[in-house]
Design a protein around this ligand. Structure first.
Ligand code: ACO
Length: 427
């Protein structure tokens, strides 16, 4: 229902087009431009800076105020009081579960943690030094081959079982990609453990000796998963929606999302942050300033990794929780004065006082501190984005499900053609 009207005035010939304006429950109003195509014009918005591509009831972000809410619940409250599996339920179904619904949902996830025995064969095709994100893209896409024939994406129960399989199997596949690089045997999931505990078990246990999951690490990992679970229409989620809009297999769609997440401007940033902090080397003023100056230099493509965000123009609320978790993990390890954390805190401080970053409203994003926590837990840098992918799977699949349940239209952007006009092939 339109709450007001926008008038678009085109000149030569003079035309006025009335466009309905809709309001959501929160956030910016949107101008419905769908009628424009019949008037012979398209909108032009590279990077979708001003475009709402869909309606969604899953996540709300107010970038100016630093607000992130899932189904109406602020991320700070969820991070403090909930856990990853409950958040998965909330994202997927729209409401917090009753204790019984939670028990059943968690049991269903536990039931699907194992992967088909033949999946292990896929790994043999990869070089041992392959990036685990490359492996994840391939193996998750490969799941489509196992769950395709009987899957009807129009059937909500089929969609739910796909969602549960994905959430359940992602940690297993992620841990397998780590074990494969190490040359260690794959570890089977242990369904007596929580989601985060089981992930740590599959990553770090070996058949040779007992492995005790550190509860602080499990809590920290659970929180990292929660903070990365969903972020409305970001690049990877939009990729999943676009792929899914064609009716493609959900495992293939999630593989497309993993590919989009891998880039350093998106999920690859946490890996890039740690590389950057390691390159800085120490927390001397001169050293840090050199990197800050490099980031400010227009002729240098280098950017301060873990800073800036397309949507947040004030702080990223996830970064605050992440910084707190980082302090807890390092304190648990008896290393609260970790040199990398010292460099990170100093970089943050210097950047936040620098006019360049102040004017452009560049603040630390969620990934500025997550890498330090993951490294402290013994997780190698090239696995950071993999963990982000594990966490974001529920966001991707919830959006995919919402899209199919709604008014599904194939995603098909248009273009401003700037190539040669018609010409004839030379005789
Ligand atoms: N370091 C230095 N300058 C920056 C940075 C940065 N990290 N981020 C943005 N800027 C500058 C740009 O150079 C530009 O300056 P100008 O106006 O003088 O040309 C201005 O700030 C605006 O930048 P845009 O690139 O237009 O902003 P955009 O919204 O397109 O980019 C992005 C957002 C990609 C996140 C960017 O800030 C960036 O590259 N950050 C570093 C990578 C990173 O941390 N990514 C993780 C994002 S969070 C996530 O995916 C979970």
């Amino acid at each position: 229902m339109a709450k007001r009207t926008a008038k678009l005035i085109l000149t030569e010939p003079d035309t006025v087009i009335d466009l309905p304006v809709y309001g959501g429950s929160l956030g910016h109003d949107v101008i419905d431009v769908r009628a424009l195509v019949s008037k012979g014009v398209f909108t032009y918005d590279p990077g979708f800076m001003s475009t709402a591509a869909c309606e969604s009831a899953i996540t709300f972000i107010d970038g100016a105020q630093g607000v992130l809410m899932h189904r109406g619940y602020p991320i700070e409250q969820l991070a403090a009081q909930s856990n990853y599996v409950e958040l998965c339920y909330l994202l997927l179904f729209g409401e917090l579960p009753t204790p019984e619904a939670y028990r059943q949902f968690e049991a269903r996830i536990r039931n699907h943690t194992m992967v088909h025995g033949q999946i292990a064969n896929f790994f043999q095709g990869f070089r041992r030094d392959a990036h685990p994100m490359a492996i994840l893209c391939g193996v998750v896409g490969g799941l489509a081959a196992f769950y395709h024939d009987h899957l009807d994406t129009a059937d909500s129960e089929d969609r739910l079982i796909s969602a549960i399989r994905l959430v359940a199997k992602m940690p297993t596949i992620a841990a397998m990609s780590y074990k494969y690089a190490l040359g260690q045997p794959f570890r089977q999931p242990r369904n007596d453990l929580s989601y985060a505990e089981n992930f740590l078990h599959m990553m770090f246990s070996t058949p040779c000796e007992p492995y005790e999951v550190n509860p602080v690490f499990a809590k920290a990992l659970d929180r990292i998963l929660m903070l990365h679970a969903d972020h409305e229409q970001n690049a990877s989620t939009s990729t999943v929606r676009l792929a899914g809009s064609t009716g493609a297999n959900p495992f293939a769609c999630i593989s497309a999302g993993i590919a989009a997440l891998w880039g350093p401007a998106h999920g690859g940033a946490n890996e890039a942050v740690l590389d950057m902090l390691e390159q800085i080397g120490d927390d001397s003023e001169a050293n840090i300033q050199r990197f800050i100056d490099k980031a400010k230099d227009r002729n240098d493509p280098f950017r301060l990794m873990g800073f800036g965000h397309r949507v947040y123009s004030s702080f990223d609320p996830r970064a605050r929780v992440m910084k707190e978790t980082c302090d807890q993990v390092l304190a648990e390890l008896g290393n609260p004065d970790d040199p990398t954390l010292r460099i990170a805190k100093r970089v943050e401080q210097i950047a936040l006082e620098d006019d360049y970053f102040i004017q452009r409203k560049l603040y630390p994003n969620v990934d500025f501190y997550s890498g330090i926590i993951l490294r402290a837990m013994g997780i190698p840098t090239n696995m950071f984005t993999v963990i982000f992918a594990v966490a974001r799977t529920i966001g991707w699949i919830s959006h995919w499900n919402e899209m199919i349940d709604g008014d599904l239209k194939i995603g098909r952007p248009r273009q401003l053609y700037v190539g040669p006009p018609r010409r004839n092939y030379p005789d």
